[in-house]
Design a protein around this ligand. Structure first.
Ligand SMILES: [Zn+2]
Length: 202
């Protein structure tokens, strides 16, 4: 089982599959002439792809998915809590030139809003970096460094503030536990809605 950042290249037949256990798992089944084993891939957007050798019987695939269902559910929920970039928000795809153009503006905004919200939290952070990542909005390292995607300049002020507070709160709670969300909720009252918007685009 692997976790990938980007779309793998798999050629073959594609059939939409649904497996019903206690928690239904939606997955895309890809049958491949090159696959030797049944393999499950969970993507950052929550998509689950099951790759199987061309002649694998359907019940064998379902049995495999069933056995791994708790692992899949765990990965999907871990990724679901993470802000990722969604196109429905109207975020420009951007290129290197855009990155260079908006980088400093993004840095200034991140600094300003971090300082503002940290008057409440009084946490310690070190470096702030601005990155040009395809799928991630931000991150917080265990060393206390924060990073943000330069595309934050294109977000609405509400979403931008939510993103900044989300990463800021990871300095104290390095997970997506209930304690973490309570911390976020201290200043972002509608964090649930904003988190969903940032993840799904609506
Ligand atoms: Zn997070």
């Amino acid at each position: 089982m692997t976790i990938l950042d980007s779309e793998p290249i798999i050629q073959g037949l594609e059939v939409n599959g649904t497996f019903h256990s206690t928690h239904p798992i939606n997955y895309v089944l890809k049958k491949s002439v090159r696959a030797r084993h049944i393999r499950i891939t969970v993507f950052r957007d929550g998509k689950v792809v099951v790759t199987a050798p061309l002649l694998t019987a359907r019940f064998l695939i379902e049995r495999f998915v069933s056995k791994k269902s708790s692992w899949i559910a765990k990965k999907v929920s871990e990724f679901a809590a993470r802000p990722i970039i969604q196109n429905p928000l109207g975020i420009p795809k951007g290129n290197r030139r855009d990155f260079l153009k908006f980088k400093e503006q993004a840095r200034a905004l991140a600094h300003e809003r971090l300082e503002f919200f940290n008057r409440h939290y009084t946490l310690e952070y070190k470096r702030i970096s601005i990155k040009n990542q395809k799928t991630r909005w931000g991150s917080c390292s265990k060393r206390g460094n924060l990073s943000f995607n330069y595309r934050l300049v294109f977000l609405s002020p509400e979403l931008r503030d939510y993103l900044i507070v989300h990463e800021l709160c990871h300095l104290k709670e390095f997970n997506h536990s209930r304690k973490f969300w309570e911390l976020v909720g201290e200043v972002i009252l509608d964090y649930k809605k904003l988190s969903k918007t940032l993840r799904t685009g609506n």
